[in-house]
Design a protein around this ligand. Structure first.
Ligand code: S3P
Length: 428
């Protein structure tokens, strides 16, 4: 599907962002292991969290869907049953990596596969700790999906030092620890999003965090919960950037998750001159939620490196777009992880930038976009990657010279099915 984006200098209105993708995955998996029925409200409409629900259903857990409200009839920590077929994770790295931790502790074997993009993404990072715990795992060339997890009830607790900053790998190990007697611990090189720790606590697990180490003492039952999923800040990022870039814009984003392990985005934008206010912060299921009021701004640009790169990893494609329009440009360093996302995001960002007449220099683990550049309307591609499609729709909104065409625009539905309609709705 192609989406056509007409430029717009003015944006206004209010936007509701779909439920957070990261939190939806975690609630679906933990609800499946709880003793009874959990109700998950504002569950992400994205295809990825629905891949998780599909996998959970294949493991013998009844799932009822009523719009954004999902009921998961959990059967307890030992209640999953061997699937009759292979599990389909679709495009979702979170599904395959986090669910693998749970499957490693089951007394049966499960094969998980995904789409062509997922089939190119490395799984060794989760295989290593799970193998140390005692699971046997097969993968194509030792790392690529499909992977087959030969689980066991005899997993051993470990203290794992993560070599790469990855919330998915951290969560995988903690989820494996849910049913292991003793303490499973993960130390990360830098803090990543802590939704798993918060959700585990919410469902009643014995979990603690100190500095960069999270510990779970397994063997405890999980309790079902009624939970509300906050709006996805990484989805909000496209609207924040679109609004900052427009000449005359004033947009409010309601009910967005503002967990401090995700808000480096807001700090970075505000630090560079972005006019964003976080209003009415409240707590829901241990997560913080707020409304974001944003106005057109001249963004200064900046450097993203080290821990900041890890904290902004999902937002870098759209920040690159903002960087081109900024005063001083944007430099991104230490971002080798971008090369193993849904696409090689350094390559796909650079390709679309060039098609839109914007200069960018890339290297092995980063890129530099000079500032004060103007996007020219062009035909760009999502390359099947939701965040690339949405980032360049935002570029199209700010472009000169007519309509920008985004090819394979349907990729947005992985996290944000209503993205293009929502973008149209705030055109003033
Ligand atoms: C996620 C963690 C990040 C992020 C992904 C979602 C999560 O991946 O890019 O979109 O929900 O834990 P990594 O763990 O690979 O950094």
């Amino acid at each position: 599907m192609q989406s056509r984006i007409k430029p717009s200098k003015a944006l206004c209105g209010s936007v509701r962002i779909p439920g957070d993708k990261s939190i939806s995955h975690r609630y679906a998996m933990l609800a499946a292991l709880a003793n009874g029925t959990s109700v998950l409200k504002n569950f992400s409409a994205g295809a990825d969290p629905h891949s998780t629900l599909g996998c959970v259903a294949s493991l013998g857990i009844a799932v009822e869907k009523d719009g954004g409200e999902i009921k998961v009839h959990g059967k307890g920590v030992r209640g999953l049953s061997a699937p009759t077929g292979d599990l389909d994770a679709g495009n979702s790295g979170s599904t395959i990596r986090m669910l693998s931790g749970i499957l490693a502790a089951q007394p049966f074997s499960t094969t998980i596969f995904g789409d062509p993009s997922l089939s190119r993404r490395p799984m060794k990072r989760i295989m290593t700790p799970l193998q140390q715990m005692g699971a046997r795992i097969d993968a194509v060339d030792g790392t690529y999906p499909p992977i087959t997890i030969h689980g066991t009830r005899e997993l051993k607790p470990i203290h794992y030092e993560l070599p790469v900053a990855s919330a998915q790998v951290k969560s995988c190990v903690l989820f494996a620890g849910i049913s292991i007697d003793g303490e499973t611990a993960v130390t990360e090189p830098m803090k990543t999003r802590d939704h798993s720790e918060i959700a585990l606590r919410e469902f009643g697990a014995d979990i603690s965090s100190e500095g960069r180490t999270a510990k779970i003492r397994g063997g405890r039952d999980l309790e079902p919960r009624e939970l509300y999923v906050p709006g996805d800040l990484s989805g909000a990022a496209f609207f924040l950037v679109a609004t900052l870039m427009a000449r005359d814009a004033n947009v409010v984003l309601y009910d967005v998750g503002v967990n401090p392990s995700r808000t480096a985005l807001i700090d970075f934008l505000v630090g560079g001159g972005g006019r964003i206010k976080v209003l009415d912060v409240r707590s829901s299921g241990g997560e913080l939620v707020g409304d974001l009021q944003v106005n057109s701004s001249q963004f200064k640009g900046g450097v993203i490196e080290g821990a900041l790169t890890a904290a902004l990893i999902d937002e870098i494609p759209v920040l690159a777009v903002l960087g081109a329009a900024s005063e001083n440009g944007l430099t991104v360093k230490d971002a080798g992880e971008l090369r193993v996302k849904e696409t090689d995001r350094i390559a796909t960002v650079a390709e679309n930038m060039r098609r839109m007449g914007v200069e960018v220099q890339t290297d092995a683990d980063g890129f530099h976009v000079p500032g004060k550049q103007t996007f020219r309307a062009a035909e760009v591609d999502s390359f099947g990657d939701h965040r690339i499609g949405m980032a360049f729709a935002v570029a199209g909104l700010a472009a000169e010279g007519g309509e920008t065409v985004v090819n394979e625009a349907e990729a947005a539905s992985v996290s944000f099915p209503e993205f293009f309609a929502t973008l149209e709705a705030i055109r003033a």
